[in-house]
Design a protein around this ligand. Sequence first.
Ligand SMILES: Cc1cc2nc3c(=O)[nH]c(=O)nc-3n(C[C@H](O)[C@H](O)[C@H](O)COP(=O)(O)OP(=O)(O)OC[C@H]3O[C@@H](n4cnc5c(N)ncnc54)[C@H](O)[C@@H]3O)c2cc1C
Length: 458
Amino acid sequence: MGPADFKWLSQNLSGPALLVTDLTGHEDYCHDATEDSGTPSAIVFAEYESDVIATLRFCAAHDLPVVPRGAGTGLSGGCVPSRGGIVLSTERMKQLEIDPENRTAVCGPGVITKALVDTAGRFGLTYPPDPASYDESTLGGNVAEGAGGLRCKRFGVTKDYVIGLTAVTADGRIIKTGRQNGYQGFSLGDLFVGSEGTLVVITQIVVRLIVAPSPGNTLLIAFDDPADAARTVSEITGSGLIPTVLEYLDGDAADCSNRYEKHEGLDRVAAILLIETAGEDRSGQTGTIGEICRKNKCSYLRVESDPDKAERLWAVRRNLSNAMKAIAKYRISEDVAVPNSQFPRLVAFVAELNEASPLRINAYGHAGDGNLHVNFMSMSGSAAEIRLMQDGIGRLLRKTVELGGTLTGEHGIGLAKRHYLPLEFDGPTLHFMKRVKSLFDPTDLLNPGKIFQKNEKL
Ligand SMILES: Cc1cc2nc3c(=O)[nH]c(=O)nc-3n(C[C@H](O)[C@H](O)[C@H](O)COP(=O)(O)OP(=O)(O)OC[C@H]3O[C@@H](n4cnc5c(N)ncnc54)[C@H](O)[C@@H]3O)c2cc1C
């Protein structure tokens, strides 16, 4: 379609500048944080719900795909315009109102997660779900992906905080869901959390907030054997302790971070744990965790109670994605999750994969919740190595399901994992999922080809 074909849309948006048909300078809108990309015919930067409605009606009338987008930090290709069409960005919808009395917030989908946390903090409240990308990702993207985060073990994930949603359907109708005011009928809101932009476009989100917990201690613990670190994770969670954060990094991931920014205690380690204890029981938890780590032969243990110094330790975890990007020519990050008791077996499997492969394969993740991000990195980016990656990913996903785990702990299926969906879901379950998709989007224009395979019968 040429620019002239978009005349109706341009006239029906709240401002003509919200429509972009020349992509020069907007190349970022062709991809997310994965290696996948596509070329849209246009981008709409919605500012109001009416812009979303106009775009969806235009796309329905012209049989054009529409791909909702937040900040583009997704790790499963969810907002990639793989079949062209219009990228519908909700990043400018930044309305944010805190209701301190009822401990809720009403947010536009474009609110950056950290902006909500910071604003709620002024009222002594917080919004706990904190993906590592929380200073960039939007709430719309968090809800659409069902995002998790570092504090998920103790405080839960996005779906545990969403209490109301307003959304626009593929044919431009507004749906309101919510459990703020009692009976809600079918739980449509729960259906939309994690729907990856394939069922509706979210235009408003109501979340519950909690009283901000007091900060705990931060612990950095190193091990000479990854099996000791993985066992420590299992024993900490198995003992009934629930730290606020419990992150695992294998030796190679720690090394990547340490080369990016030097940290004491990280030279030649086989694995590390980064833990924040619960604030209300910081000394009790610190003591017990220390005992479990020493029993499992940790080689280094540092406890930090000063928030500024602790913040510097968390940079080890936060730098990881950039550190790996700087090293590898081509990288795919998987986000499998298994029951806590199976965590050591999954870690051992990744180490075996790495040993048997010319690729660099490492792992880190929100271990407290059984999440492990497994990174397949090719230094050459050659076609042969990319094929090896796909083979390794297949083996990892099969092993995860065999261990009772899931293909995606938090990043979603998107484009990246749609071929593997039948590994986790049986035929009847997939059949009814597809029926739900075709009920909301009978012509398959809303983020087509995501979750389900391209041209698959819905
Ligand atoms: C360095 C880094 C660290 C990360 N850490 C974590 C982590 O700890 N936990 C975690 O869960 N994820 C993590 N992620 C992945 C990513 O940040 C999350 O999936 C995040 O929720 C995506 O938000 P976004 O605004 O960038 O969405 P986008 O990438 O723009 O879109 C993601 C999906 O949401 C849909 N979408 C976006 N807005 C809307 C809307 N208004 N209505 C309907 N659908 C919409 C899109 O179509 C797409 O399917 C990380 C990513 C990076 C790069």
